[in-house]
Ligand binder design. Structure first.
Ligand code: NAD
Ligand code: UGA
Length: 461
């Protein structure tokens, strides 16, 4: 058991990239990553990593086999490491008390219990997963209730990387946050974790706090980001009624340095595995602490997101003469954002399901997410086709719906696409990524999001 041996339990979207970065930047540490999912571990050890993330292959290749090791040997890892990061999933609970809002902490607790069972020395245990504020307290109790006389120090070191830019975010983070108990032991442990990050992050970017502030900061950072998106999406609805242009409004608002320009892009709604789950968790916590007004305030961010997804489908139906039944609709993009194959909570899931309920035929193309799209829609009734290229998806379609902001969507030959579509040809740009004027001049009826439409139809809609 050694302080220079780091174990990470959970080799997912967070555990894999963060530990690969630590290993790459800290050659004098040995980093072990373990998971119960053997298929995932095999993929981490292969040439085809289990997640698509620009630049990640190089980081993994640099360290794998040198000081970075992926395996399913959880027990062996616990015995060897002095520092254990826990990066297991913390989904929304779908049963019992708090179902639909509270975080399901069963994976976390099981991990804590196996750490206690297999440890032979004192350890620092770090919350890398996103957890409700005060989870460290429960963890401290579970871990230190051991009868072996061992001491476990619980720290919080939440992760702020975004998918698609994980490598960049890890290499050059806005900040690294580490929360520790204010006790002597807590502060000693804190120094050891700071020392790891100091290998490549300047000290002024490493923010240290008490453990509760750190836990809560992670939840509310996601809530604040999502709140900006819901705010701007709510305004996109108003723009469509008034011929204002949400892109112009966002840009002009964002020039105010107090507001800032980031996270003001209107779209079909935010997706991803965390925003909704973390806000619902925040709502649950506020209810738990008897702060109903605060709970209702944050809950509205999620309601607005659902409204935006529904509004987009409503618009498609309305503009296509109030029916999409039997009409082929090409879905461009299924991932929840560009540069990832991740489809968790992607707006495309809900939009596809609602279109299928309306008896549309959908043809999905995504550069990286087809495999996950199939999993998301498995068991869903309706006419779904998965296509290898955008031209195939759009062939014979009445409409194209752009649901992800992939850059490659801008590069297609839209004249060719238009010529092979049914007429009138509709294009609903749910991410405002395409050149709308050009598409209109080709002949498309273009419906951007939160901007004046460019339609050849005088349909009075
Ligand atoms: P994930 O589902 O991709 O990975 C979690 C992994 O933990 C899975 O591979 C699972 O098999 C493994 N696991 C579960 N129980 C285990 C156990 N008992 N022993 C060993 N392995 C176990 O999840 P993720 O996206 O990496 O998220 C992990 C945490 O990080 C969550 O709390 C999430 O909120 C947070 N987070 C995620 C992101 C992101 O971009 N995805 C960013 C910041 C924070
Ligand atoms: C988000 C946060 O940005 C990370 O800091 C955080 O670590 C992570 O959640 C997490 O805890 O899981 P991520 O979900 O990977 O990262 O991606 P984002 O770039 O935040 O995008 C989330 C969603 O919001 C996407 O669907 C994206 O298309 C949408 N979005 C983003 C907008 O609609 N408009 C914007 O202006 C920005």
């Amino acid at each position: 058991m050694e302080d220079k041996t780091i174990l990470c339990i959970g080799a997912g979207y967070v555990g894999g990239p963060t530990m690969a970065m630590i290993a790459a930047k800290c050659p004098d540490y040995t980093v072990l990553i373990v998971d119960i999912n053997e298929e995932r571990i095999n993929a981490w050890n292969s040439d085809t990593l289990p997640i698509y993330e620009p630049g990640l292959d190089d980081v993994v290749k640099k360290a794998r086999g040198r000081n970075l090791f992926f395996s399913t040997d959880i027990v062996g890892g616990i015995k060897k490491a002095g520092i254990i990061f826990v990066s297991v999933n913390t989904p929304t609970k779908d049963f019992g008390a708090g179902a639909g809002k509270a975080a399901d902490l069963q994976y976390w607790e099981k991990t804590a219990r196996s750490i206690v069972e297999h440890s032979e020395g004192n350890k620092i245990v770090i919350e890398k997963s996103t957890l409700p504020v005060r989870t460290a307290e429960a963890m401290h109790r579970i871990l230190n209730a051991n009868t072996k006389g061992l001491h476990f120090e619980v720290l919080s070191n939440p992760e702020f990387l975004a998918e698609g830019t994980a490598v960049k975010d890890l290499e050059n983070p806005d900040r690294v946050l580490i929360g520790a108990m204010t006790t002597e032991r807590g502060q000693e442990a804190l120094k050891k974790i700071v020392a790891i990050y100091e290998n490549w992050v300047s000290r002024d970017k490493i923010k240290t706090t008490n453990v509760w502030s750190s836990e809560l900061t992670k939840l509310v950072s996601n809530a604040m980001l999502a709140q900006r998106i819901s705010s701007v999406n709510s305004l996109s609805a108003l723009c469509e009624k008034t011929d204002a242009d949400i892109q112009e409004v966002s840009e002009a608002m964002g020039l105010d340095s107090r507001i800032g320009s980031k996270f003001l892009k209107a779209g079909v709604g935010f997706g991803g595995s965390c925003f909704k789950k973390d806000i619902l968790n925040l709502v649950y916590l506020c209810e738990h602490y008897n702060l109903p007004e605060v709970a209702r305030y944050w809950e509205q961010v999620v309601f607005m997101n659902e409204f935006q997804e529904r509004r987009f489908v409503g618009k498609i139906i309305q503009k296509m003469f109030n029916t999409v039944s039997d009409k082929r609709i090409a879905i461009f993009g299924f991932a929840f954002k560009a540069d990832t194959g991740d489809t968790r909570e992607s707006p495309a899931i809900y939009i596809s399901k609602w279109l299928l309920e309306e008896k549309a035929k959908i043809a999905i193309y995504d550069p990286k997410a087809t495999k996950n799209a199939k999993l998301e829609l498995s068991g869903i009734e309706g006419n779904i086709e998965y296509c290898d290229c955008p031209y195939e998806a759009a062939k014979g379609a009445h409409a194209i719906a752009v649901l992800t902001d992939w850059n490659e969507f801008k590069t297609y030959d839209y004249l060719k696409i238009f010529n092979e579509m049914e007429k009138p040809a509709f294009l609903f740009d749910g991410r405002n990524v395409l050149d709308h004027k050009k598409l209109f001049s080709i002949g498309f009826n273009v419906f951007p999001l939160g901007k004046p439409e460019l339609s050849h139809l005088d349909d009075g809609n």
